[in-house]
Design a protein around this ligand. Structure first.
Ligand code: GLU
Length: 469
């Protein structure tokens, strides 16, 4: 049998890390078993679903590289099918019309609460044989009265619920729209889903859904309910903890491999390994070994992984991601060193690609101002001698390489009898506007000859103007 999993987000917000982890688990489970991964957009809640959110989900999945084999299917395009199945259930007396008013249901609820009972529908219309519809008629699924619904959850183990606990679920609202628990079953059945992996906030729905499968004579899939993700303070992960949208992580400069590696370890482990390439994950991941306890998010660990992938990925892998960040900053990478050269120098120095792009802007753009504190601290004293001598030495330097530049800077320090700091720090400010940059030879290399000479002249003029030399 071919394994088929699905990710079925509701497009009512962004693709958050919890959803992305569910999607990753579904994707891995299918990929590891030569199975198929289906994407389904559960957009029946017309009030809360938005096109923007659909886009965010598709973009987030594409950025993570979690490719689907089928879909995206949209529930709103399957209304006819849901109604067909509802009519079938009505015809077989496995569902019935109910015209209980809101007031009656409210009163029932209150009475049950007073008696300390769980609020549930009392089956008032179950045997009335109503045929007509009016604007408050719903269709209810006839849930079995006796017995127990049991299933073995791949994360939680055996779960059993007595049917006496479940009431007759509304499957079609007065406006004719089918409800979530019903649509999910019809979809998973029609789409041949063999394994449902989803958040454990759905665990209470599963016994109800199993009864619907049974009524339809369909074989239910296997289920795995994965625990939720908490923030580092133990509360449910929310915006309060920083970014929770997958695309926000992209914008903040994380590599998709880092986020995927981070997500796979939320609730799953393999010995004490921390670093998993996609191939590793596919080979080692096992849904049966997902932990049943909630797992906590740690930005520190994500940062560590991002640095790891920035250092160990090939330069060609990193280039398109960095290019994207440059585009966001309005920087054209054609106006400076090649991305490969830049990545080679910067990848050990930063935590994120955003930082890499921001810290590199003056290799591509004109330097417009100095950090005031750094300028006053370093563009003074004998710095003007450093700049003058370097202008001479670098003007016609034949070989603009890190080794040759390093030799010129050292020779300058020697000739002026200055410590390296007295040469390098003013030079950093002159070149980058602040006293922070990669090693001075690499900085010169990346700034390039013409920008270097121009910036040295500008620094001299600045010193003259501020009478600092
Ligand atoms: N649409 C549901 C959600 O976004 C998921 C349903 C399911 O996976 O069965 O929570």
């Amino acid at each position: 049998m071919t394994i088929r999993t699905r990710f079925a987000p509701s497009p009512t917000g962004y693709l958050h890390v919890g959803g992305a982890r569910t999607a990753l688990f579904c994707w891995l489970h299918a990929r590891a078993r030569q199975g198929q991964f289906v994407l389904r957009i559960e957009d029946t809640d017309r009030e809360r679903s938005t096109d923007e959110s659909v886009r965010a989900i598709l973009d987030g999945m594409a950025w993570l590289g979690l490719s689907h084999d089928e879909g995206p299917f949209y529930q709103t395009q399957r209304m006819e099918r849901y109604n067909e199945v509802i009519e079938q259930l009505l015809a077989e007396d496995k569902a019935y019309h109910c015209d209980c008013s809101k007031e009656r249901l409210e009163q029932l609820r209150e009475e049950q609460m007073v008696k300390g009972l769980k609020p549930r529908y009392d089956g008032h219309c179950a045997q009335r044989g109503l045929r007509h519809k009016n604007n408050h008629t719903v269709v209810r699924f006839r849930n079995p009265k006796d017995g127990v619904v049991s299933f073995r959850d791949q994360v939680r183990g055996m779960i059993s619920v007595a049917n006496a606990e479940l009431d007759d679920l509304v499957i079609r609202r007065p406006d004719g729209s089918p409800t979530y628990n019903f649509c999910v079953v019809v979809d998973d059945m029609d789409m041949g889903i063999t394994e449902v992996i989803r958040g454990d906030d759905h665990i209470n729905n599963t016994p109800r859904q199993l009864n619907i499968y049974q009524a339809l004579g369909a074989k239910p899939p296997e289920f795995a309910h994965v625990p939720m993700i908490l923030g580092d303070d133990g509360a449910r992960l929310s915006k309060r903890h920083g970014a929770v949208s997958v695309l926000q992580y992209r914008d903040d400069g994380y590599l998709p491999e880092a986020l995927l590696n981070y997500l796979v370890r939320l609730g799953w482990s393999y010995g004490d390994e921390e670093v998993f390439s996609l191939d590793d994950m596919i080979a080692k991941f096992d849904i049966n070994e997902v932990n049943r306890k909630a797992s906590a998010f740690s930005t520190e660990k994500l940062n560590w992984l991002n640095q790891h992938y920035l250092k160990s990925n090939t330069i060609e892998d990193i280039e398109p991601h960095l290019q994207w960040h440059f585009e966001r900053l309005g920087i054209d990478p054609a106006n400076g060193p090649s991305l490969a050269e830049l990545i080679d120098v910067q990848r050990d120095r930063v935590v994120t690609l955003k930082e890499m792009a921001e810290e590199s802007r003056y290799y591509y753009l004109d330097l417009t101002e100095y950090n005031t504190g750094d300028a006053h601290k370093h563009l003074k004293g004998r710095a003007h001698e450093v700049f003058r001598l370097l202008l001479q030495r670098l003007g016609d330097l034949a070989d603009w390489s890190a080794a040759a530049l390093s030799a010129e800077v050292k020779a300058t320090a020697k000739e002026l009898e200055l410590g390296m700091g007295k040469v390098a720090m003013p030079l950093r400010v002159a070149l980058m506007g602040e006293a922070r940059s990669p090693s001075i030879d690499k900085t010169l290399l990346l700034v390039g000859r013409s920008r270097t000479l121009e910036r040295l002249r500008h620094a001299l003029a600045w010193m003259e103007l501020h009478a600092n030399g």
